[in-house]
Design a binder for this molecule. Structure first.
Ligand code: ZN
Length: 717
């Protein structure tokens, strides 16, 4: 009997697990590590000078999904990486690497790379200085780790390419996101808001990838929520709530794998998450316990004390709870019968200059602006407050800052006019006026600031898998902006010949990063998201026009007339590591500095400290390996049962001069098997500036895990 995928999914209901659908596609999934430098590199997201990496809680991964038609004439690649966002630099370099290996097959047109938006990953991987200020420029160790990991994940997916199917499902998840700028949302027209039950999207959308026998290969699970459960005081690398959801899903689906990462790959990319927060208990003044001022998100005029909370009591609990909720909903939708995707695989792509994009609305024409950030950008959000004396909702500047900014930038007046009603604080697209600066200052400015500091040239793209169309968007898209984009693209696709069952899925933080996109109406409120909508009030309308054009051409299969202006390319900084590691006399790398206890009860914290080396030494060489493992003695063999990617483990470094010490911790699960255990610390080190990098490994000595009811024997003398 011939089974088409639809009959098959009905049959799956009746005979779970025995149905194999006719393969509709070639599919491949792959995963690889992108953790990067775990010490002394500024983290990307909160723009805090003091938030530099000190260790690892959860490792970061890149997850790749390749879909091709059965003849492999057309393919597209969707990548979701546990990083703050993708950058033009990363995208260009990834494509460069892919060209070397698969010339012409994976291109900037059919590869979309998106960041989950964790705020606890190493930064410094941008060519635009606006995004590397707090990292003090580009960081080669960070770039290498992310670049190599993304490319490797795509290679792994390519190597796994096989006949299979993709099924689509969608369902509501409550308790995992709320709107952090509800007053801006309220600016949208009443009749538009009336179409929706909530002021954030609550639907999770899942694509299930399976092989030709119906066995699961992986899943992409879109849900709009900021991965900012880990706060700006956190210094351990973490993939946050989204990464923890991946971790749980993969652990569940890869039994026998130590850390969960295995052949099954589950990604949790963001969608229209721009104005969402995972702090679902809302905001409160942490000093008084009273509600914050709603319009400005301040307490007594200050942004610092107005913070989002929940659902747990601290950032680890918040991460765990939101991650758990994301995973459970994803698994439920994954297990339920889905709608098979059917039809062509294709993609379309064009670079656009967003600084002067002409938008036609009815009989009127508008132009977007050179990129600029408003005063309220400096206020930050209730997920991570910014600088005191700024607040959200500022529609007027101050004479002091206005005067200063005017003197520093050439085209300030023009930009300010265009960006109305945003008071411009940072006209990052304008050229710096260095004429009156002293030579020394000029030199520093030219070194630190890229020209321009933020992108003009932005990637726009659509990926099609049958009736499912992914909209990779080069920014953080607010709830209503995303709804408008998904509706508009869907409408255009249908008008241009696609059937009415088409599904459109926005994916924020893809390819190029350009801060936020709000609706024209939300922009007027100048909350953080409006102040960060860089190309002015008509930014969204420009994208609606651009993506409509792409949708029409995608549906008709005609392709774009021209690829658009090339983004500026940029060389990578040299990776010059002249640093070295040292140890106190009589000690060498991997030696124990503080011993483990002889016994630990189930549910307690086991800890050891090792003489170690700067983890940056091996940050790119250690891809796929770990800095420490927990091993259990079985007979005469030590078996690894957990490593530094696990939720229950942490590793952090403390460095004094050239001497580094690594603390490793394992929160022993309540149900851990009783028996003998040890830690093994691994890494790379260097004796002198020009010495070769060498690997090392050192065990902690044994400890015993005893029952949680264990009582210390009392002495009887
Ligand atoms: Zn964000």
């Amino acid at each position: 009997m011939f089974l088409n995928p639809t009959t098959c999914s009905i049959l799956i209901l009746l005979f779970a697990g025995v149905c194999a659908a006719t393969p509709a596609y070639k599919v491949g999934v792959g995963i690889s590590d992108v953790t990067g430098p775990a010490l002394d590199v500024n983290m990307m997201g909160y723009a805090s000078f003091s938030q530099n990496s000190e260790g690892i809680h959860l490792r970061l991964f890149s997850r790749a999904f390749i879909t091709c038609d059965l003849n492999e004439t057309e393919c597209n690649v969707f990548v979701s990486a546990d990083i703050g966002m993708t950058s033009t630099l990363l995208k260009l370099k990834v494509i460069e690497e892919l060209q070397k290996e698969y010339s012409g097959r994976y291109t900037e047109e059919n590869v979309a790379i998106s960041g989950t938006h964790t705020h606890s990953g190493p930064g410094g991987y941008f060519q635009y200085s606006l995004y590397t200020i707090t990292a003090f420029g580009m960081k080669r160790s960070s770039i290498d780790a992310i670049l190599e990991g993304i490319v490797q994940s795509i290679k792994n997916a390519h190597d796994n390419l096989q006949e299979g199917n993709i099924l689509y499902n969608k369902g509501e998840l409550l308790g995992a996101n709320i709107n952090r700028s509800p007053t801006a949302y309220l600016q949208n027209p009443q009749e538009e808001r009336d179409k929706y039950k909530y002021d954030v999207d609550k639907d999770m959308t899942v694509l299930k990838f399976e092989d030709k026998d119906g066995s699961g290969l992986g899943a992409i699970c879109w849900f709009p929520v900021h991965p900012v459960s880990m706060e700006n005081t956190n210094k351990l690398i973490s993939s946050d709530n989204k990464g923890y959801a991946s971790y749980l899903f993969e652990k569940d689906m890869n039994p026998g794998s130590k850390m969960g990462q295995g052949s099954f790959v589950a990604a949790f990319p963001n969608s229209n998450h721009g104005d969402t927060t995972p702090h679902v208990n809302g905001t409160i003044c942490i000093d008084t316990g009273k509600p914050c001022d709603v319009e400005t998100s301040t307490c007594g005029g200050e942004v610092a004390n107005c913070l989002g909370r929940g659902p747990g009591n601290d950032m680890y609990e918040n991460t765990r709870m939101i991650g758990q909720r994301l995973y459970e909903k994803a698994k439920e939708l994954y297990d339920a019968p889905g709608t098979p995707l059917n039809g062509p695989v294709s993609s379309i792509h064009q670079y656009v200059n967003m600084s002067n994009f002409r938008v036609t609305k009815g009989n009127e024409t508008f132009t977007t602006c050179t990129p600029a950030l408003g005063y309220s950008f400096a206020a930050g959000t209730t997920d991570g407050p910014g600088i005191s004396s700024f607040s959200q909702g500022m529609t007027e500047g101050s004479p002091f800052w206005d005067g200063l900014v005017r003197s520093l930038f050439n085209d300030y007046e023009e930009t300010q006019d265009c960006q109305q009603p945003k008071p411009v604080l940072l006209p990052v697209g304008d050229y710096l006026n260095t004429t009156n600066m002293p030579e020394a200052i000029k030199l520093i400015v030219n070194l630190v600031a890229s020209d321009p500091m933020a992108p003009d040239i932005v990637e726009t793209q659509l990926l099609r898998i049958g009736q499912f169309v992914i909209i990779p968007a080069p920014a953080e898209i607010t709830t209503m902006s995303g709804r408008r984009m998904m509706d508009k693209v869907k409408e255009k696709l249908m008008d241009s010949g696609m059937s009415s069952n088409v599904v459109t899925m926005i994916t924020s933080l893809s390819n190029t990063y350009t801060n936020y996109v709000t609706t024209f109406e939300e922009y007027r409120a100048q909350r953080y998201e409006g102040a960060s909508t860089m190309y002015g009030p008509h930014t969204l309308d420009a994208y609606l026009q651009q993506y409509s054009m792409l949708a029409e051409k995608l549906a008709q299969g005609t392709g774009v007339e021209n690829p658009g202006p090339d983004p500026p390319s940029k060389g990578l900084p040299v990776n010059l590591d002249l640093d070295s590691d040292a140890f106190p006399s009589g000690k060498s790398v991997g030696d124990v500095n503080q011993k483990v206890d002889a016994k630990y009860r189930q549910g307690s914290l086991a800890e050891a400290i090792f003489w170690s080396a700067d983890p940056k030494r091996g940050s790119t060489k250690s891809l796929g390996t770990s800095f420490f493992s927990v091993e259990k003695l079985n007979g005469t063999n030590w078996n690894e049962i957990a490593n530094d990617a696990a939720w229950d483990t942490k590793i952090f470094w403390r460095k004094e001069e050239k001497e580094s010490r690594a603390t490793v911790q394992w929160m022993i699960p309540e149900d851990a098997e009783l028996g003998k255990y040890r830690f093994v610390h691994s890494g790379f080190w260097k004796r002198g500036a020009f010495s070769p990098v060498q690997s090392f490994q050192g065990p902690s000595g044994e400890f015993e895990v005893v029952s949680k009811d264990y009582l210390r024997p009392t002495s009887n003398n």
